[in-house]
Design a protein around this ligand. Structure first.
Ligand SMILES: [Fe+2]
Ligand SMILES: [Fe+2]
Length: 207
């Protein structure tokens, strides 16, 4: 499938510009997978506004490009030592996203509303609006996807059991919408069940 199969036509030009800012820490891949989750959540949550949520998820992490690459993994994870960089990537992200959005002025997109969600997407935990909640759930829900688990395990050298523990204790309880929580808990439960198959069956799994 080509990226246009994931992205709606309105957002393709935004993606083309955003790509140059997303080639750090797997953010390009993360963005596309999270965008796919956002579309799935929007189908379940009709009161959310897709013209805000989708451009916001597409552009939310462009600010990481301005953070020194060797510091990226210090900003996140179980015991981050540079939480200040998380705030920095939001501020830079608003600047970069504003440039991209104002260059294209996509039809029907409230640029101020998109930027308001990008600003604070990681440093606020609560749902500031239903659009904010859907965007945050798509972003955090990515961690529970096969792609997210593979990437995160690679960053930190975690086993799948360690990852599942992080998801169950830290990440999933913070999901904000019923649909987002079901998505995160369902994906996590499925991977956990796979991990436990050898307790019940004479099978080997790749843990
Ligand atoms: Fe972020
Ligand atoms: Fe993100």
């Amino acid at each position: 499938m080509t990226p246009s199969g994931i992205l709606c036509a309105r957002d393709v030009p935004l993606w083309e510009d955003a790509k140059a800012f997303l080639d750090v820490r797997n953010n390009d891949e993360h963005t596309l997978v999270a965008y796919g989750l956002a579309r799935a959540l929007l189908a379940e949550i009709p009161e959310a506004e897709e013209s805000v949520v989708l451009p916001a998820i597409l552009l939310h992490d462009v600010g990481w490009k301005r953070i020194p690459p060797d510091l990226l993994l210090d900003a996140i994870g179980r015991r981050p030592t540079r939480r200040d960089l998380v705030r920095d990537h939001e501020i830079f992200g608003v600047e970069i996203a504003r440039e991209i959005l104002e260059r294209h002025h996509p039809a029907g997109v409230d640029i101020a509303a998109v930027l308001a969600i990008i600003d604070g997407h990681d440093t606020t935990n609560e749902a500031r609006s239903i659009d904010d909640a859907v965007m945050k759930d798509a972003d955090k829900g990515w961690r529970c996807t096969p792609h997210g688990m593979r990437i995160i395990a690679g960053w930190y050298g975690w086993s799948r059991a360690e990852l599942i523990d992080m998801l169950e204790t830290v990440s999933n309880p913070r999901m904000l919408t019923p649909a987002g929580r079901a998505l995160a808990e369902g994906l996590t439960a499925a991977v956990k069940a796979e991990l436990l198959l050898p307790h019940y069956l004479d099978v080997d799994i790749d843990a």
